[in-house]
Design a protein around this ligand. Structure first.
Ligand code: ADP
Ligand code: MG
Length: 238
């Protein structure tokens, strides 16, 4: 479904992502982990079109998408969440998700269809579909769910979830992990899930990639990742 080859991003003289390659099969959940500043969000931003790669290629369904505008990439079927949720605060929860359903899909989407898709996305993440429910009523966990609902409402085949656990407590983290697993199964969506911590993510992902200073230092099964000497070194700082 996705094939990333030698993907590189430089900001001036600084290399944030350095020749990263990986591929993704339909139906997988891939965990992309690494310490803060290791290049995870930059990788997402290149796949989703927010940043143009300095070099390397990104193929989705066998076609090059590197450098295409975000809306075009979204219309082709890649949805993403942002690490820092940025909902429209003057719109209700439902309106935020309806807006995503309208603009996130190619071709005409009727009002009733966008509404139905928004309600389905909200139900899937466990947020109220009540049209009066306000964004201001949401805490950290609720805002992360709204991010997911907005991405799901664009009807992606590939979902890029950036730090969905940030600011959540232990119980909420476990719920979020179960939710992503549920979304994958229920909606048949392939997922790349970014976190800087390993934790509950490893329970759900099929495969894990670890980035450090913009380079891929590990790729393998979740049960292997915590045993890898290089991964142990960067996480324990020894
Ligand atoms: P992560 O998501 O893994 O925490 P990022 O991809 O956000 O890391 O950032 C990787 C590195 O690139 C960091 O050192 C960050 O400061 C740098 N970086 C990210 N975006 C920019 C930018 N627009 N300009 C300059 N440096 C950037
Ligand atoms: Mg990040």
């Amino acid at each position: 479904m996705l094939k990333v080859t030698d993907l590189t991003k430089r900001f001036g003289g600084f290399t944030a992502v350095n020749r990263v390659s990986f591929s993704l099969e339909k139906g997988e959940i891939l965990g992309l982990i690494g310490p803060n500043g290791s290049g995870k969000s930059t990788t997402f931003n290149m796949i989703a079109g927010m940043l143009r790669p300095t070099s390397g290629s990104i193929e989705f369904d066998g076609r090059e998408i590197g450098g295409l505008p975000p809306i075009e990439i979204c219309h082709r079927g890649i949805g993403r969440t942002f690490q820092i949720p940025r909902p429209f605060r003057n719109l209700t929860i439902l309106e935020n998700v309806v807006t995503a359903a309208f603009f996130g899909q190619s071709g005409h989407v009727s009002r009733s269809k966008a509404h139905a898709q928004a309600e389905e996305a909200l139900a899937l993440v466990g947020l109220p579909t009540d049209p009066r429910a306000e964004v201001a009523s949401l805490g950290a966990a609720g805002l992360k769910k709204l991010e997911l609902a907005r991405a799901i409402a664009t009807q992606p085949r590939l979902l890029l979830a950036d730090e969905s656990l940030g600011g959540l407590d232990e119980t909420e983290m476990n719920q979020a992990a179960d939710m992503l697993d549920h979304i994958r199964r229920e909606k048949d969506i392939t997922i790349i899930w970014v976190e800087h911590i390993m934790g509950v993510l490893m329970r759900v992902v099929d495969r894990a990639i670890v980035l450090d200073h913009g380079e891929k230092i590990f790729e393998g099964l979740p049960r292997e990742v915590a045993k890898d000497p290089k991964v142990i070194e960067i996480y324990l700082g020894t």
